[in-house]
Design a protein around this ligand. Structure first.
Ligand code: DLZ
Length: 200
């Protein structure tokens, strides 16, 4: 039975009905707004593992900014990239570019059941935000429809930094810390990868 605590957002209790133990999940994340990305990435990984996905079957790749997400997602699905960082080492590598930690492995072609694209776009003074948000949204939708591999839209499009922090569960405002949307993306990936799209 569902235990809905708020109206808005995904019902996370539903995700417990899916078993992620045989799934391989890719994560592509941008490096812009790194502290927020880091929290979202952690929330995503935690939820994937909670849903049974083995940490060695979670492959993490980073790109400079959100605009690069559709291209990298497509490459990841096609398996045409040579190497990717794996495990927590990647998270550490993201915040410390001098780290020699990332372990690299070759990724076999077509080996992902779902890919989660994570980025944080924060509106600035110019039209950058609007153009990139729209391009990335359409780009990621195209990738999943063309490839047949589910792509989870893990891109925050926030009007200010405070909104983005709250949606990564690290807010500092009157509304408290907020909710880490990475958890929702992890749950959505396991559900979509399980291909259980029968009507309920
Ligand atoms: C250029 C840019 C700007 C202004 N803002 C963001 C942002 O808020 N979030 C993000 O992920 N990336 C941003 N970028 C970088 C672009 O996504 C992209 O990496 C560059 O334009 C190079 O293609």
């Amino acid at each position: 039975m569902s235990t809905v605590t708020s109206i808005k957002g995904i019902d996370l209790s539903y995700s417990s009905s899916f078993d992620g133990s045989s799934l391989r999940i890719g994560i592509v994340h941008a490096r812009w707004n790194a502290p927020i990305i880091e929290a979202l990435l952690q929330g995503t990984r935690d939820k994937l593992v909670q849903c049974g996905v083995k940490s060695q079957n979670i492959v993490v790749q980073s790109v400079p900014g959100s605009f690069e997400l559709p291209f990298a997602t497509k490459k990841m699905i096609a398996g045409s990239h040579v190497q990717a960082n794996v495990g927590t080492a990647d998270l550490m590598g993201m915040v410390d570019s001098t780290s020699s930690l990332p372990t690299e492995v070759s990724i076999p072609s077509g080996s992902f059941d779902a890919v989660i694209a994570i980025g944080v776009l924060i509106k600035g003074a110019t039209m950058h935000f609007e153009y990139i948000s729209e391009a990335v949204t359409h780009g990621l939708m195209n990738v999943q429809l063309e490839s047949g591999v589910p792509v989870i839209f893990g891109v925050l499009t926030a009007l200010n930094e405070e909104q983005a922090l709250e949606r990564a569960g690290i807010g500092k405002g009157a509304n408290g810390k907020g909710h880490n949307h990475g958890e929702d993306w992890g749950a959505a990936a396991v559900e979509m990868a399980s291909n259980n799209l029968a009507p309920v």
